[in-house]
Design a protein around this ligand. Structure first.
Ligand code: DP6
Length: 336
């Protein structure tokens, strides 16, 4: 079975867990699924395979990388009763493990393809809970457009749901890739645990999230992009501040990250609709409108250290793909 899922970028970030085993987030989060960042994954349970196999962007993964996928497949096997190993073939339309949310689209596509291959039919909520076990942000990639993740109290309540907003058709994200999509220095999983364990600012970060979620939801309902963008940028700075203050520091930003932030602040001072957000990597994603996106993209392409710029909009929910309709994704840009 083959499934396709979009990556998503959080506007209110998930950064910290309250349960590592069930991968329960410490707080809720809110995101936008992006049409331009896609993962397509095929899962086949194969008799006689000695171990699960993962082929990622055409390359057979090493045991460590395949380990997280195998653990996830164990959950699917326990739900379905299927007892054999699987071959997983996955392609991304963007650089893997560079802070461009490949684990979000990756585990969302895997959750859908693997459950269908194992003969399970899960609804959106159950799929979202399952995808969360692979990666917290993947719970959101089950749905399209704007998505709200609930922290919940137990496993059953920690899932995502789509959020309607008049902004969904007109919103754009300009993705500025910095440093050619080289693998990130600290994986988000280890870095958020380290922040929670050592950062004196972690508590303050967590305390801001419920208020930020309420503000973001109100902005979405009212179709107020300025309010949403202002909030998203402030929320990203708060998350990064908590990580930067960890001991030792988790610093994702490169000089070009700051150059993009300064450029966006300058464009905003000239009246443009443009707000930054950054995840566990150096890249900057700019929330904007259809009208302003081309100018922003042109300005960011000129900055030193920015190696690729893409304009994208809201993407659809994860879907199972008919084998006759499988597209070949464009190869990801080469890492530098
Ligand atoms: C900065 O979902 O990758 O992108 O649950 O440990 O796999 P795990 O973490 P992951 O963390 C995402 C962190 C983030 C913010 C976000 O997407 O909300």
């Amino acid at each position: 079975m083959t499934a396709r899922a979009c990556a998503n970028i959080a506007l209110v970030k998930y950064w910290g867990k309250r349960d590592a085993l069930l991968n329960l987030p410490a707080e809720g989060s809110l995101s936008l699924s992006l049409a331009g960042l896609l993962t397509e994954t095929t899962v086949q349970f194969v008799e006689g395979l000695a171990a699960d196999e993962l082929i990622l962007d055409g390359v057979t993964a090493k045991t460590g990388e395949a380990g997280r996928v195998s653990e996830f497949l164990d959950i699917v096997r326990s739900l379905s009763g299927v007892q054999i190993n699987a071959r997983v073939t996955s392609r991304n339309s963007f650089p893997t493990a560079s802070g461009l949310a490949s684990s979000a689209s990756g585990f969302a596509a895997l959750a859908l393809a693997a459950t269908q291959a194992a003969g399970l039919e899960l609804d959106g909520k159950a799929l979202s809970r399952l995808a969360r076990r692979g990666s917290g942000s993947a719970a959101r990639s089950i749905f399209g457009g704007f998505v709200r993740m609930y922290a919940g109290i137990r496993d059953e309540d920690a899932y995502a749901e789509p959020l309607a907003s008049p902004l969904v058709d007109s919103v754009r994200m300009v993705v500025a890739v910095i440093g050619g999509g080289a693998p990130k220095s600290h994986g988000s999983r280890d870095a958020m645990d380290h922040t929670a364990a050592t950062s004196p600012l972690y508590r303050g970060w967590l305390d801001t999230v419920p208020k930020d979620l309420a503000t973001a939801e109100a902005a979405l309902a009212a179709g107020d992009l300025e309010k949403l963008g202002t909030l998203a940028e402030a929320n990203a700075f708060a998350m990064h501040a908590s990580a930067i203050a960890a001991r030792p520091s988790v610093m994702y930003w490169r000089p070009a990250t700051l150059a993009v932030i300064a450029e966006i602040q300058g464009l905003r001072a000239c009246g443009m609709a443009a707000w930054c957000t950054m995840d566990a990597g150096p890249h900057v994603k700019v929330l904007t409108t259809e009208a302003d996106a081309p100018t922003i993209a042109m300005r960011l392409r000129d900055l030193e250290g920015v190696t690729a710029v893409t304009i994208t909009g809201a993407g659809p929910a994860a879907i199972a793909v008919d084998p006759t309709d499988i597209v070949t994704l464009p190869p990801p840009p080469a890492a530098e």
